[in-house]
Design a protein around this ligand. Structure first.
Ligand code: JD8
Length: 298
């Protein structure tokens, strides 16, 4: 896979020289090209930004500079990959569509990705409009928090996509086991993990993991993953296809529900000792479940 990244901080991507991504590059699985955006400025100050039309805080990145840079990088890539090759343009922005494991799997099938991480208040919106007519162009966000620029988001996406490429992950782990990957443990969080020693500072490794009984171990791991998901990401449980849950899973959910009810009513009776806490069954098991934060076990 070819990856081009245009930024005013290309040095931000030094981490792509080490570890898994570094090896993927050495093996030629990942072909990453970094570009300094200022190389496409023509003034003595290498200006890439200007004041926003309509006023307001901060500065906006100039369309001309990005236009020249993206055109040049596409030409550069085409010289290497063939005249009809075109990249998928990915622009990180807090107002983008969520970047998920599903999107990572989609990008991993692409032969060529071009990332345009911005700074300041972002890039003049005509750039995405312009390339949206010529390329598959995505504005994506890696999460509901605000970064100072798009570079960190590109690092996250290149690693999430790069580790999915054939030959990158050793066979120790297959991506099929990933959380959020399609399949049995889809949309369940990873459960707890342990290694030697069997006792550490008085903390013991769960007996079942030392049993060598693969069936019980698999069941225990699934139960722990389900409990952790119910506790930390109940909205993911609601997304589980019910047919994928067996009787034991349902029991685990009911148990979790009962414990949650006990805690809720205990909290309620503490809060209002006289109020009759008419506990109603936990939403997780009501059709159309969507967990509200206050429902999550505190
Ligand atoms: C690109 C400029 C900073 C954003 C004014 C702060 C992604 N999940 C994410 N959070 N933040 C970003 C992101 C932030 C960026 C840029 C991505 C370019 N900024 C701006 C608007 C408000 N400053 C992101 N993916």
């Amino acid at each position: 896979m070819r990856v081009d990244i245009i930024s005013i901080f290309p040095e931000y991507f030094a981490p792509l020289d080490v570890s898994l991504m570094g090896k993927a590059r050495e093996r030629g699985i990942l072909d990453i090209h970094l570009h300094q955006l200022r190389d496409w400025t023509h003034d003595v100050h290498n200006t890439v930004d200007d004041t926003p039309y309509g006023g307001g805080p901060g500065m906006v990145m100039k369309p001309e500079v990005w236009g020249e840079a993206v055109d040049a990088v596409i030409e550069d890539g085409r010289a290497a990959r063939g005249e009809d090759a075109l990249p998928r343009l990915i622009v990180p922005t807090p107002s983008g569509r969520p970047f998920t494991q599903e999107v990572a799997l989609e990008y991993a099938d692409e032969p060529w990705l071009l990332f345009a991480p911005a700074r300041y208040e972002g890039i003049d919106s005509r750039v995405v409009a312009e390339y949206g007519e010529r390329l598959r162009t995505d504005e994506v966000s890696i999460g509901d928090y605000v970064l100072a620029g798009g570079e960190a988001a590109v690092l996250v996406m290149v690693e999430a996509v790069g580790r999915l490429l054939p030959g990158v992950l050793g066979n120790a782990r297959s991506v099929a086991d990933d959380s959020f990957a399609p399949g049995a443990m889809a949309n369940l969080l990873e459960g707890p993990v342990y290694t030697k020693p069997p006792v550490w500072r008085g903390h013991e490794v769960p007996e079942v993991l030392l049993s060598g009984h693969h069936g019980r171990i698999a069941r225990w791991r699934r139960d722990e993953a389900l409990r952790r998901t119910l506790d930390r990401r109940p909205e993911l449980v609601a997304r589980l296809d019910r047919d994928g849950l067996d009787k034991h899973d349902r029991r685990v959910i009911e148990e979790f529900e009962e414990r949650l009810e006990e805690r809720r009513s205990a909290a309620k009776s503490q809060a209002e000792p006289h109020a009759e806490s008419q506990a109603e069954p936990h939403a997780a098991f009501r059709p159309g479940f969507r967990a509200a934060p206050e429902d999550v076990a505190d």
